[in-house]
Design a protein around this ligand. Structure first.
Ligand SMILES: [Zn+2]
Ligand SMILES: [Zn+2]
Length: 662
């Protein structure tokens, strides 16, 4: 073998190339570059794949040395925390058996099998032990083991779950072990170079929960300890602060306190809207309806229970059936009244196939396009009971759905108009900024490259028209077309993906949609699936948490309470309430024989934006004393002036005189 065959060339991100004997590690290269880099290095990327610093480089490769400043380092910190926590737990309670411990959002968890329950009170002890392990700067090592050796090892160590895990690894996959100091775990890696690279003051154990082995309720129940980790203490503190804020704003609690909605066991994931919650829903729906109508959308309504034949034709029966609610009925003949045909229907999980049915009625010409069909479409999707969460994740929901049938040439203009509408709606609803993600063609896809070229270019040009700051997610488009996702940021910095626009070349084909082009030939329209809110249910959940229940006046379920100070004001209060209601305001009277301060406190706690207090003075002067939520003091105004001011303030944003913002 000549020397060249034993050498590898590593190319660094700045383009510099270095030659080493094959098997060189990223750690050696880092040391070669500088002592400070060697010290700061936490992991490497070899040809784009995240890996350990100690992994040998066998062939020519692109190499990047990562330090704690790189985003990927955070994933590793969280992953190393999982191992370090498991080691800490086994050092404190050696009888504990270990299972799995993946990285999750903001942190990690690890599932343990132990007779005694873990409690929050154990966390301080585990955290202290973890800090000891971190302070020891124990090296992290890795080895590939033969299957038999791994199984024998775990049998001897009395770790039955690990034995099962090893046995489940496919024959063609390596069995890799990691050591954090003396403590060993089965793991694909990668990991940091030593335990001291985990910041000792930026992690925290959060809670313990039950979890079945392999997620199967027939298996043993384990104890899952969750932790969060960040790169700095400040980031951890910001996260904990955010959680505290989020708990205060929890829409389930506020929904209960404001009596907006409830959920119950008999209809899991389906919302019982109470009068005040439904008031918000209707105001939002009316607002959306006006915004859509002004932009040339036509509203439609399609059936909720639809024969499986349509779902078979659309492809949902094959691809989406597990998430569909199915009903079977015996269709009776008109004459006899006895069953003669069993029909299988599904509750629609989405509206698209039904919209194509409306499009397909009557011959369409290029002159009919773009055709924008909107529906506040009531959909049902089966979600596992564990994944449901208040209004945020439900089984029955209403999309602000619309489908734009257009020519390929119209995709750009329609996308631009959609983004403009979406931005307007988000701003009106109190969200100043949103992020856009553009997902391009996946490997497996329908449609010609030419069509994809055109659609991707049109979507991207439309995005560039509003911002240069967008994220590209290569290969993450749907198989039927490229898509845009829109994420808004709420008052406490959380991101929510709500809006979407997806170009679709496939469904029009499957369901036979066509139009007569200018040259007389028949062509397929492109379908743009698009939503702004996503679903009303989830969006109202987001709205509640964004404003912590303190809705802007136009959206507030109870806008004005007219509270009397003396019973002599009762008749006048009724007149004021009637005047407010005549102007379309949601107003009610509080005539109870209670102190005015008590009434004010109670309605303020219920987030009523405006309280009008009426005493003898107000009766005589035909005035009102106005208290606004969150403002100090009160303002006395004539009744007429107050009615006019409140009516103006309560006007939905789209109905206000142009240029006026509130
Ligand atoms: Zn691991
Ligand atoms: Zn659709």
């Amino acid at each position: 073998m000549d020397d060249a065959a034993n050498m590898v060339t590593v190319t660094l991100p700045d383009g510099a190339a270095r030659t080493y004997p094959a098997g060189v590690t990223a750690a050696t290269v880092a040391r070669d570059i500088s002592a400070s880099l060697a010290k700061a290095a936490v992991a490497a990327k070899i040809d784009g794949a995240l890996t350990d610093l100690s992994r040998p480089i066998a062939a020519d490769a692109r190499l990047a040395i990562l330090t704690s400043k790189d985003a990927e380092a955070l994933e590793l910190i969280r992953h190393d925390c999982a191992h370090i926590m498991a080691r800490a737990v086994q050092e404190i309670w050696p009888e504990t058996k270990v299972t799995i411990g993946p990285v999750v959002e903001n942190g990690w968890y690890y599932d343990f099998d132990r007779e005694e329950p873990f409690t929050d009170a154990d966390f301080a002890q585990i955290e202290a032990k973890m800090r000891q392990i971190i302070a020891a700067r124990d090296p992290v090592r890795t080895e590939i083991w033969p299957r038999d050796k791994a199984i024998a090892h775990y049998r001897a160590a009395n770790e039955p779950f690990k034995v099962e895990l090893v046995e489940a690894i496919p024959e063609d996959q390596a069995i890799r072990m990691y050591w954090h100091g003396p403590w060993q775990d089965l793991c694909r890696g990668p990991h940091l170079a030593h335990t001291g690279q985990v910041p000792p003051d930026a992690f925290k154990l959060m809670r313990v929960a039950g979890a079945y082995w392999r997620g199967d309720s027939r298996n043993k129940q384990l104890q899952r300890i969750y932790g969060v980790a960040f790169r700095t203490r400040a980031e951890l503190e910001a996260h904990l602060k955010m959680l505290e804020e989020a708990a205060k704003r929890d829409h389930r609690r506020i929904g209960r306190e404001m009596r907006l909605f409830h959920l119950q066991e008999e209809a899991p994931g389906m919302v019982f809207w109470h009068p005040d919650g439904w008031a918000i829903y209707r105001v939002l729906e009316d607002y959306m309806r006006r915004r859509l109508s002004a932009r040339g959308y036509r509203e439609i309504r399609t059936p909720q229970v639809v024969d499986r034949k349509l779902w078979e034709a659309s492809g949902h029966w094959e691809k989406y059936r597990e998430n569909m609610f199915i009903t079977e009925i015996d269709e009776t003949s008109e004459a006899g009244g006895h069953a003669n045909e069993k029909r299988t229907n599904a509750l629609k999980p989405m509206n698209c196939p039904c919209h194509v049915q409306i499009y397909n009625q009557g011959l369409k010409s290029y002159r009919d396009l773009p055709l924008r069909l909107a529906e506040f479409g009531s959909c049902h999707r089966y979600e596992s009971s564990g994944s449901m969460h208040g209004l945020m994740r439900v089984r029955g929901f209403t999309q602000d759905d619309a489908h734009i049938f257009c020519t390929e040439d119209q995709i750009g203009a329609e996308t631009a108009a959609f983004i403009d509408l979406l931005g307007t709606v988000y701003r009106d609803l109190g969200f100043e900024s949103f992020d856009i993600k553009f997902s391009t063609r996946p490997e497996v896809r329908a449609g010609s490259d030419e069509t994809w070229d055109k659609a991707e270019a049109a979507l991207e040009a439309a995005v560039k028209g509003v911002t240069s700051d967008y994220e590209i997610d290569p290969g993450e488009g749907a198989f039927y077309g490229p898509k845009l996702d829109f994420k808004l940021t709420d008052a406490i910095g959380r991101e929510w993906q709500c809006g979407t626009l997806q170009a679709d070349f496939v469904l029009p084909e499957r369901l036979g949609a066509e139009y007569v082009a200018e040259d007389g030939s028949k062509k397929r329209p492109v379908m743009l699936h698009r939503a702004i809110l996503g679903s009303f249910e989830r969006f109202i959940g987001i709205l509640i948490e964004n404003c912590a229940g303190r809705f802007p006046l136009w959206l507030a379920p109870r806008q004005v309470v007219v509270a009397t100070i003396v019973s002599d004001a009762d008749a006048y209060a009724a007149e004021v309430v009637a005047g407010l209601r005549a102007l379309g305001l949601r107003a009610e009277a509080d005539l109870r024989n209670e102190k005015i301060n008590y009434k004010v406190r109670e309605h303020s706690d219920a987030h009523v934006p405006v309280i009008l207090a009426l005493g003898r003075q107000e009766v005589e002067a035909r005035s009102v004393s106005v208290r606004r939520l969150g403002a100090q003091g009160q303002q006395t105004m004539s009744l007429d002036a107050a009615l006019a001011a409140l009516a103006a303030d309560a006007t939905p944003p789209d109905l206000r005189p142009t240029g006026e913002t509130r």
